[in-house]
Design a protein around this ligand. Sequence first.
Ligand code: PEP
Length: 256
Amino acid sequence: MSRKVIIAGNWKMNKTAAEGKALVEELKKLVADVPVAKADIVVCPPFTTIAAVAEAIKGSNIRLGAQNIHWAANGAFTGEIAADMLKELGVEYVIIGHSERRQYFGETDATVNQRVKAALAAGFTPIVCVGEMLEEREGGRTEKVLFTQLEGGLAGLTKEDMGKVVVAYEPVWAIGTGKTATPELAEETHNYIRQTLNDMFGKEIGEGVRIQYGGSMKADNAKELVAQRNIDGGLIGGAALKADSFSALVHNAIAE
Ligand code: PEP
């Protein structure tokens, strides 16, 4: 089954509105030649930068994502963001359960699950992040950790829901460290995730789910990673913060 490549830039807590606008003004020219049929290109700025970026990317092939979503429609949830607030700005994708949220902000598989359901109910494409810590990999517990995260984070989703979900495999030891998983190791883990999704939702659904790799992906390793059977794109941190490095990564990822 062929799955469309999806490259998403996670800007994390970087770029003011003015800086974000400047980045995408440059980026949209550099990726204008990338056919929409070939790849989804997504940028996920901080909340306060979304509106400026939304305006700047109008009419381009760049889509908009956010870095979190709360499960309630509104209310007393200081520091959180609701679906309607993102919708109004033209957001289409939402990153959920990034390892930094899990490590520093108490995100659990249960809260990931609530956020995923809220995102789906509002019509967003959730990008659900999973990944093991270094000690878990070294202790031979990678598959168990991933299974628990997938089972918990995707609990209660229907096959139809799952058709709209993107999974991002991000080994925590590779994020922002410059240590990329080798294409072989990444593929072995993506294959495990694919088999788990097949078991949970059936093969027709599981085979269609796009699984991104994340963890020090750059222009020079993107092609080899995305060439793997079960790697369908990337979730990019550092290399998404400059238009030229992100554009080069996108072009290499889709190069024949
Ligand atoms: C990320 O945080 O999603 C990520 C993959 O970061 P980096 O590309 O900087 O490793």
